[in-house]
Design a protein around this ligand. Structure first.
Ligand code: NAG
Ligand code: NAG
Ligand code: NAG
Ligand code: NAG
Length: 344
């Protein structure tokens, strides 16, 4: 009880500086130019629970009534606009157990007897049964970051036709099926940080769908084990503006990897294993403004290889081992971009 009172006081203090923020939940996407994209929702008591009909289990960040969550998913699924469940981030309500609070079907209270309580237990979100979100066609945002999800199947996200934001970062996902994104016609932001993605999973078909995902503009693949960027990656995601591949194992990039990336503006390749930059690096990146190859293994840099990067304004080459730098200044051309160089 004391804990509950304290928690109420605590939350009140946090939110008192902004009266409206209590009712609104906001998800921020930081862009590399300092700007951001924001998704805001009226806070809902259903926003922090997941129902899996397969196991008849309700998994919540805080204590909720089993029946009201199940009824929402069954009878009013179109009212669910956002879902954000991050069991491993749970530190307060779950008593520092890094777990969610769950009720299994058979443990749910008998609705006829008002005094009977749901039988709660601590649990983790480990599986996403196929089609579990199929009725949630109005869902705009799904944040399942920081859980223990091990697999994404082709139909895991089926039916999420309005989804704009998907975050499954910080999960030990060993396997992702191709076409897992293909129902997400409206998807704008895709966060796949730290999901144990290797080159075996990150192949040229992983983001491919028969009809293009034209709204997708932001992909974050930081903190994975990707070794190369596959050719044809951009085939059905032609409007991606920001691609973050920070802290991977990338050691080679062919020029054709960026074929079709004609709207790419921000490319973060920092903290990788790149030994060199290929000739005509920006050939297919007609609009690129920002390239970060800081903390790689470059030993030389021939600025002539960057001659296609006419639109680039920021080029960070710091924290490499560049001992030979060849700059070519053509009579009528001076490089516009500011090169952030190694400070030895
Ligand atoms: C929140 O609710 C108010 C009043 O019901 C409504 O006018 C507003 O559009 C809602 N905002 C969002 C982000 O859904
Ligand atoms: C709840 O259901 C899940 C999935 O069927 C099962 O693994 C778990 O053991 C159950 N927990 C309890 C406390 O009954
Ligand atoms: C990566 O995700 C795992 C869970 O899969 C988590 O334990 C770990 O803290 C995360 N690492 C970072 C750097 O966020
Ligand atoms: C480039 O990446 C490094 C490491 O991720 C980061 O510290 C640095 O601020 C980035 N540079 C720019 C110009 O954003």
């Amino acid at each position: 009880m004391l804990l509950l009172i304290l928690s109420t006081l605590f939350l009140t203090t946090i939110y008192s500086s902004n009266a409206a923020s209590d009712d609104v939940i906001t998800f921020d996407v930081r862009l590399l130019d300092g700007g951001d994209i924001t998704y805001s929702f009226n806070r809902s008591e259903y926003g922090d629970c997941i129902y899996t009909s397969h196991h008849q289990q309700v998994t919540c960040m805080v204590k909720r009534k089993y029946k009201s969550v199940v009824d929402k998913w069954k009878y009013n699924p179109l009212q669910l606009k956002y879902l954000s469940v991050n069991c491993m981030e749970q530190t307060y309500y779950a008593n520092n157990r890094h777990a969610c609070i769950c009720v299994n079907g058979s443990d749910a209270a008998n609705p006829g007897k008002s005094k009977q309580h749901d039988n709660l237990h601590y649990c983790h979100l480990t599986t996403l049964p196929e089609g579990m979100f199929a009725k949630l066609s109005q869902l705009t945002l799904l944040d399942l970051s920081s859980n223990a999800i091990k697999e994404v199947q082709e139909d895991t996200f089926a039916g999420l036709f309005s989804l704009k934001y998907l975050d499954i970062s910080h999960n030990p996902i060993g396997s992702i099926a191709v076409k897992f994104l293909c129902d997400l016609h409206m998807i704008e932001v895709l966060k796949l940080k730290n999901i144990s993605m290797s080159s075996k999973t990150f192949h040229k078909r992983i983001l491919y769908c028969s009809s293009s995902l034209n709204q997708l503009k932001f992909i974050d693949l930081s903190d994975n084990h990707i070794e190369s960027i596959p050719n044809q990656l951009f085939d059905s995601i032609p409007n991606v503006q920001t691609l973050i591949l920070r802290n991977n194992w990338i050691n080679f990039i062919s020029v054709t990897a960026f074929f079709g990336a004609s709207n790419l503006k921000y490319l973060d390749l920092s903290k990788n294993h790149l030994p060199a930059i290929q000739n005509s690096f920006c050939k297919f990146m007609y609009q690129v403004r920002y390239i970060n190859i800081s903390s790689n293994r470059l030993t030389h840099l021939d600025m002539d290889d960057m001659s296609n990067c006419e639109t680039m304004t920021v080029f960070d080459t710091s924290m490499n081992m560049i001992h030979e730098k060849k700059e070519v200044y053509h009579n009528d051309q001076t490089y516009k971009f500011s090169t952030l160089q190694e400070t030895v």
